[in-house]
Design a protein around this ligand. Structure first.
Ligand code: C2G
Length: 134
């Protein structure tokens, strides 16, 4: 049983997120998603449209996701990989190199290419344009 863990806000869930989650699950048998809390989002200068509970419900409905846990700090990853017996850490390559320290915990670290042309920011901008153009 190979266990995979990933982290993120996953706001305004879109196919780029699904693409990441599918590829992450394909690397193992069990996928844990550490979902950024609303409070932790502030540390990422993010205010998500959907709050934590709403984003959690959406993630838990995805066939690739086996467990959703809260991400409350930058520092929890080292503990999480031990607590949840993660074999592989996966995240988009916009984070390339940032989490290599997890290799010291015996965890394989994988940065996957992001899905271009889609992002939560882009969705918000497009919607604002549409609203303005109404
Ligand atoms: N992602 C992707 N393609 C996109 C958009 C997002 O592959 N077009 C990936 C990101 O690389 C990340 C995941 O989907 O692996 C979730 O994206 P975000 O919610 O933007 O995650 P982020 O805010 O980068 O959180 O401690 C780590 C942070 O919590 C990561």
């Amino acid at each position: 049983m190979k266990r995979v863990i990933t982290y993120g806000t996953f706001d305004l869930l879109h196919y780029g997120h699904i693409n990441l989650l599918k590829r992450a699950k394909d690397l193992g048998d069990y996928l844990i998603v550490a979902l950024s809390t609303d409070e932790f989002n502030l540390q990422k200068d993010k205010i998500s449209y959907f709050d934590y509970q709403q984003r959690k419900i959406l993630l838990e409905s995805i066939r690739y996701v086996d467990l959703v846990i809260p991400e409350i700090s930058w520092e929890q990853k080292r503990e999480d990989v031990k607590k949840y017996y993660a074999d592989i850490f996966v995240i988009g390559d916009d984070w390339e190199g940032k989490f290599d320290f997890l290799k010291d915990e015996g965890v394989e670290v994988v940065y996957l290419p992001r899905t271009e042309e889609i992002s939560t920011t882009q969705i918000k901008e497009d919607l604002n344009k549409t609203k303005g153009g109404k």
